[in-house]
Design a protein around this ligand. Structure first.
Ligand code: SAM
Ligand code: SF4
Length: 338
């Protein structure tokens, strides 16, 4: 079997599949309020095309985990069919791939009855504030209640550990960091803070303004007792801290994905497929490999697999956000798949 090995010896086994570039929220760090140009329907992969490419990655290239994202993956009508199609595949280990979803959670409570039998294993739900007004300001939609309902429903359905993703921004929702942490500990959810990256509206990100991992830990440390978790970070992007129980809530675990101040590029095991069938070897790539055109021109699975492995030989060593010549990719996070 081929593998997605790059020039630095990293092997990609974890695939992010963007199912759509569209979304029902407009989070300020991800999209402008108006004027997003959506991909035309004809360039978006059909469900069958999507399943075929996932199959190439899983059955020919050694991918063992598939995470569906977007845009908002829940708004893709064929999501459950794509999950089921993925779960029918066999990995290099002889079992079905692990499947996960990164979602804003809106309407997920009503879709679990299809997604769980389809074989969805785990869910990450994004939540940046527990305050209704601030949530509305940040996501530009008044949907906090819908998200909270889904978090409870996912836990009740046994898709655990439920992970919550939060982006904290200076002067916007710093006051939410501790309440989010306490909410997660009380509910038994695993919270992941994500450092804001230059992947939203162009010109908006400012390195000197972003809230760093260290600042987050300082904020949390004023209210919670944190100890660095013992296990190695490996290919996981989050660094983990154990939180001690106190008289307000049970203990648990909190992670920080410090993509900017403490990048995990050296251990990155990701490959990415966009909803228009482009392979990206890094969130910050400025090049893509067009599998859609190949597939629609009649390429065989072997050719698609060769093109994918060829792309990975050129996976960049690191994202280079801190380099002087860093250029923000043309696609925003929502069009790449976060
Ligand atoms: N719509 C889904 C959601 O919000 O979870 C999936 C797609 S979203 C692009 C995936 C993750 O990327 C979310 O957790 C979101 O908070 C995060 N994200 C989006 N823009 C980001 C940025 N500029 N920096 C850091 N994280 C970002
Ligand atoms: Fe939509 Fe997710 Fe981007 Fe928010 S972060 S606008 S929910 S794609």
């Amino acid at each position: 079997m081929l593998s997605l090995r790059d020039a630095y010896g990293r092997v990609a086994r974890d695939m992010r599949v963007s199912l759509t570039d569209r979304c029902n929220l407009r989070c300020t760090y991800c999209m402008p309020a108006e004027g997003m140009e959506w991909m035309p329907a004809e360039v978006t992969l059909t469900d069958d095309e999507m399943i075929r490419l996932i199959g190439v990655a899983v059955e020919r290239l050694g991918v063992t985990k598939v995470r569906f994202t977007g845009g908002e993956p829940l708004i893709r009508p064929g999501l459950a069919d794509i999950v089921a199609g993925t779960k029918r595949m066999t990995t290099v280990n002889g079992d079905a791939p692990e499947t996960a979803l990164t979602t804003n959670g809106i309407g997920l409570d009503r879709k679990l009855d299809k997604l769980v039998p389809a074989g969805l294993d785990r869910v990450n739900i994004s939540l940046d504030s527990l305050d209704r007004e601030r949530y509305k300001q940040l996501a530009r939609r008044d949907r906090l209640d819908a998200v909270l309902r889904s978090i409870e429903a996912v836990a009740a359905a046994g898709l655990t550990p439920v992970k919550i993703n939060s982006v904290i921004m200076r002067g916007v929702n710093e006051m939410d960091a501790v309440p989010l942490a306490e909410f997660a500990l009380r509910g038994g959810y695993e919270l992941r803070f994500i450092e804001q990256m230059p992947l939203g509206p162009k010109g908006q990100w400012d390195r000197s303004q972003m809230v760093t991992q260290q600042e987050l830990l300082d904020m949390l440390g004023e209210h919670l007792t944190l100890t660095a978790a013992e296990e190695a970070r490996g290919a996981a992007p989050a660094e983990l801290w154990d939180v001690a129980a106190d008289d307000r809530q049970p203990g648990g675990r909190i992670g920080v994905i410090a993509s900017v101040t403490n990048p995990f590029c050296g251990n990155c095991d990701r490959t990415r497929l966009t909803s228009d069938g482009q392979v990206r070897t890094c969130l910050f790539s400025n090049t893509e490999t067009d599998l859609r055109a190949m597939m629609r021109d009649g390429a065989a699975d072997d050719d698609l697999a060769d093109a994918w492995t060829g792309a990975h030989k050129y996976k960049p060593k690191a994202h280079g956000i801190d380099e002087d010549d860093f250029v923000q990719p043309d696609r925003t996070m929502s069009a790449i798949g976060g």
